[in-house]
Ligand binder design. Structure first.
Ligand code: COA
Ligand code: AMP
Length: 631
């Protein structure tokens, strides 16, 4: 069957389609029914099933002949180490960790925060939680203590599992002070913390609170897999949007298993046993789905890469890892390749590596710019596939299903909707617009299995953020269009989200931090185009009358504030002081107009602008920051 037939077969009978895919999962109690719609527009999948994620990702492969296959390859150029963990070893390690967590009282439904760098132990911690039916929430290492604290208070974990440190090129990231700082700020206090000591920076443990990763596993029996209901939350992953308070995206267990397993062959075209590499971080959804769960559920070998595309030690690292571990499918964010391209524009470094196993490159997380795609295509002479998805969905909404049929690539488009997604472009009134017309991208409900059923402890916010604007649809927050051939184009966000080096950040959250500065009366943060990172945040600050500190000092304070309160990952380094912000007569800040001026794009003077002269000041301030940039 080709793409059209598969898509039509899903559309004709979505329940039959997903029940068929469910056969690939090992159930404790198989689902008899796919969709439950009694509480529409809230839906559930495989509600009457019982299953365990860890069993499907680990134990069943040991039982079915993959015991000695590599499950995880840890390749860490930042620490100069490499090692492989087989499925049998992974089972032993995960069962032991789960046993120790259980002995400390962690049971089904308890939340556990994981704050770890790119080490196999991060995946083991996730799988150990899944083994017990505990709900993990992984927090990205590049966030500051305050962000960790927000997540601690929102999901109220029984335990936190952290490493002593992470390793960024040229600097050790000390996790312990961040953890201690977060626990000081947070109202909720976990019962205990497990600390994984790394050789790079062993730390002193807090008596009565911290236990050592290895020591607390000694003399404790391993834990078996605990069956949970199909709708049980597998994990919570926080993501940005609309306000400073991150949204806790809930991932339902059974749908997650079924859908992710389906994607491995149909979208990524790998078979069990093949090596799959997603160069991302466990702190992001790509890391959850395609470093940890999907490859393991499907019986692949996954690579945990602790390094950067450049500088660890150079721009040939991706090619070295692909050649050395015989990677068949490689997935990363376009920004990573832009970094490589900048250092090796002619692609000379790839030539000295045997890339013959590499079949396809996949890009996601941000818009894939045509230059980068052409550069990759010319160099590698294999398909380079853009695909579009979100933390909320956990896997591809629109892509090119290479395991079903390689559709012609149109550069600039992530191709077509995948089975499960009825994607529509809507106008402000919620009506479908004609092909080629810009609008809000929405997905007709119900969303497919594995996508978010709700937000953690925030059903009202879930409805408001995603369901209320267009009744009967899920609002993606992206704007774009569908062309005459049914190809989708993602053009912009409709909310305050910006995408910095493939990382999703909220400008609203940054504004909250800036507004907290005692000298700042008012502020706005916009995303400006950046050749490497896609976008960068830029802040405009209006100061209180009579401030004694100079503008430069206040800008420096603000840069530090964002780094300290959100984290280095926000990459907030551009800010300037202005007299006033451009606003409409009703007081709405014209962030879109400011962003267009910064990017050197034409803009229409809004009819409702309060005082057009303010834009001249913004333009001259931008000039002093070097914007618009010369390309
Ligand atoms: N822990 C602690 N700090 C981290 C971190 C982590 N896990 N990840 C990033 N940071 C820090 C960086 O050290 C940097 O700090 P600095 O301001 O002191 O230099 C800051 O956060 C910004 O990091 P980043 O955006 O990664 O920029 P960079 O200049 O270090 O690297 C790229 C640029 C393009 C090489 C890098 O962004 C990259 O590899 N991107 C790929 C993105 C990706 O995988 N996205 C996932 C979605 S698929
Ligand atoms: P995240 O939830 O961090 O994965 O970010 C999801 C958002 O990133 C989407 O809503 C888009 O705005 C953007 N995004 C992801 N993939 C793509 C893509 N292939 N093309 C354009 N934008 C993308």
């Amino acid at each position: 069957m080709g793409y059209k037939e598969v898509y039509e077969s899903w559309k004709a009978d979505p329940e039959a389609f997903w029940l068929e895919q469910a056969h690939a999962i090992d159930w404790v109690k198989a689902p008899t029914k796919a969709l439950s719609d009694e509480h529409a527009p809230l839906y559930q999948w495989f509600a009457d099933s019982m299953v365990n994620t860890c069993y499907n990702a680990v134990d069943r492969h040991v039982e079915n002949g993959r015991a000695d296959q590599a499950a995880i390859i840890h390749d860490s150029p930042v620490t100069g180490s490499k090692h492989t963990i087989t499925y049998a070893e992974l089972q032993t390690r995960v069962a032991a960790l789960a046993g120790a967590l259980a002995a400390k009282g962690v049971t089904e439904g308890d939340r556990v925060i994981i704050y770890m760098p790119m080490v196999p132990e991060a995946l083991e911690a996730m799988l150990a939680c899944a083994r017990l039916g505990a709900i993990h929430s992984v927090v990205f290492g590049g966030f500051a203590a305050a962000e960790l604290a927000i997540r601690i208070d929102d999901c109220t974990p029984k335990a936190i599992i952290a490493a002593s440190c992470g390793q960024e090129p040229g600097r050790i990231v000390e996790y312990k002070p961040l953890l201690d700082g977060a626990l000081e700020i947070a109202t909720h206090k976990p019962e205990f913390c497990v600390i994984f000591q790394r050789d790079q920076l062993p730390v002193a443990l807090e008596p009565g609170r911290d236990v050592d990763w290895h020591a607390f596993q000694a003399d404790v029996p391993p834990a078996d897999c605990v069956p949970v209901e199909g709708t049980h939350p597998a994990y919570i992953l926080y993501t940005s949007g609309t306000t400073g308070q991150p949204k806790g995206v809930v991932r339902p267990t059974a749908g997650h298993l079924v859908a992710l397993n389906w994607t491995m062959k149909n979208i990524y075209d790998v078979d069990p046993g093949d090596v799959f590499w997603a160069a991302s971080d466990v702190g992001w959804v790509v890391g959850h789905s395609y470093i940890c769960y999907a490859p393991l559920i499907h019986g692949n070998t996954t690579i945990v890469f602790e390094g950067k595309p450049v500088g660890t030690p150079d721009a040939s690292t991706f090619w070295r890892v692909i050649a050395e571990h015989k990677v068949k499918s490689f997935f990363t964010a376009p920004t990573a390749f832009r970094a490589v391209k900048r250092e090796d524009p002619k692609g000379e470094l790839a030539k000295s590596h045997d890339l013959s196993h590499l079949q396809t490159v996949y890009l996601a997380g941000e818009r894939a710019d045509p230059d980068t795609i052409h550069w990759l295509q010319d160099m590698l002479r294999i398909p380079v596939i853009d695909h579009w998805w979100q933390t909320e969905t956990g896997y591809t909404i629109a892509g090119n299903p290479m395991g079903i049929e390689a559709l012609p690539v149109k550069i600039g488009s992530p191709t077509v909707p995948m089975p499960g997604y009825d994607v529509q472009v809507l106008d402000e009134g919620g009506h479908t617009v004609p092909a080629g017309t810009l609008g809000a991208i929405a997905v007709k409900l119900p969303l497919p299995p594995g996508t978010l059923p709700t937000l953690w402890n925030a059903e009202e916010r879930f409805r408001k953020s995603y369901l209320d604007t267009f009744p009967g649809y899920y609002e993606t927050g992206d704007a774009g269009m569908i062309d005459d051939d049914g190809y989708l184009y993602i053009m912009a966000r409709t909310d305050d989200v910006i995408n910095v080096a493939g990382h999703r950040l909220s400008t609203g959250a940054m504004e909250e931090v800036l507004a907290g500065h005692p000298d700042v009366a008012e502020c706005a943060v916009i995303g400006v185009a950046d050749g490497l990172k896609g976008q960068l945040p830029m802040g405009f600050l209006c100061l209180n009358a009579g401030t004694e500190r100079g503008a430069d000092q206040i800008v420096a304070d603000c840069v530090k504030r964002v780094r300290d309160q959100i984290g280095p990952v926000a990459a907030f380094k551009l800010a300037t002081v202005v007299d006033r912000l451009p606003k409409t007569r009703s007081g709405k800040i014209l962030r879109g107009v400011m962003a267009r001026i910064a990017d050197g794009e034409p803009y229409k003077m809004p009819a409702t602008i309060d005082d057009p002269a303010i834009l001249d000041e913004i333009t001259s301030r931008l000039k002093t920051l070097g914007y618009p940039q010369q390309s």
